[in-house]
Ligand binder design. Structure first.
Ligand code: CMP
Length: 138
């Protein structure tokens, strides 16, 4: 598959709410770990039940999390794919691009290092994963 990559800039990373408390040096470090991935509308980014190797931050565009009975839309500044990495499980849901998307991809090893160095990011990520995981569709 040929994907048109884009350059991950410092300001793109600095705009991600999850990284809001990092200083300039730390943002630079995170930036070096991030890869870019562009997706076309409808493209499946992660598939329920698959093994997980990375999590994703949305730089632009919208994605849809396919849950029983509902689709949850996530947009710029949001992230997904954290649950399987944190819990060392398989993907809990399929996530697909609703629009053309630019994603920042963080591999599991780099994420674990980032979380060790930044307890407040770790706490936030765990809280979000917990809330998402315990949410029942009505
Ligand atoms: P993961 O299980 O790795 O892969 C599917 C992702 O969908 C999951 O991580 C979360 O990032 C996301 N997800 C799962 N459930 C919800 C939910 N209720 N609301 C928003 N996002 C969710």
């Amino acid at each position: 598959i040929h994907r048109r990559d884009f350059v991950v800039t410092w300001s793109m990373v600095a705009r991600v709410p999850l990284f809001a408390d990092l200083n300039a040096h730390e943002i630079g470090t995170v930036m070096q770990c991030l890869r870019s991935r562009s997706c076309r509308p409808g493209e499946v980014i992660v598939r329920k039940g698959e093994e997980a190797h990375s999590m994703y931050l949305i730089a632009s565009g919208d994605v849809e999390v396919v849950l029983p009975g509902e689709h949850v839309r996530l947009g710029p500044g949001d992230f997904f794919g954290e649950m399987a990495i944190l819990r060392r499980r398989r993907r809990s849901a399929t996530v697909k691009a609703s629009t053309h998307c630019r994603l920042l991809v963080l591999d599991a090893d780099d994420l674990h290092e980032l979380l060790e160095a930044n307890p407040s990011i770790a706490a936030h990520l765990h809280n979000v994963a917990q809330a998402r995981g315990s949410r029942k569709s009505s």
